[in-house]
Design a protein around this ligand. Structure first.
Ligand SMILES: [Zn+2]
Length: 80
């Protein structure tokens, strides 16, 4: 079977078709909800903008620092 002409990864779902099963589902979703809405959801969920990325890094570092601080405090208490 041939490769899907949309995603270029999966094989087509029928010998006469051009798209795989998943891409046909995507097509149905696009016709149900509209291409703009589907695209905006994908962009909001999958494509992380710079500001969100910076915030995630900050949160990650904050968690790491809190854990280290706790471990240091605990070690001091254990030593005392
Ligand atoms: Zn496909």
């Amino acid at each position: 079977m041939a490769q899907c002409k949309f995603c270029l990864t999966d094989t087509v779902d029928s010998w006469w078709g051009n798209w795989c099963e998943r891409c046909h589902k995507l097509q149905r979703l696009i016709s149900l909800f509209g291409g703009e809405k589907i695209m905006s959801i994908l962009e909001n969920v999958l494509i992380v903008n710079d500001e969100v990325q910076k915030q995630k890094i900050k949160d990650e570092l904050k968690g790491e620092l809190t854990t280290r601080e706790y471990n240091l405090r605990k070690r001091k208490e254990d030593d005392a």
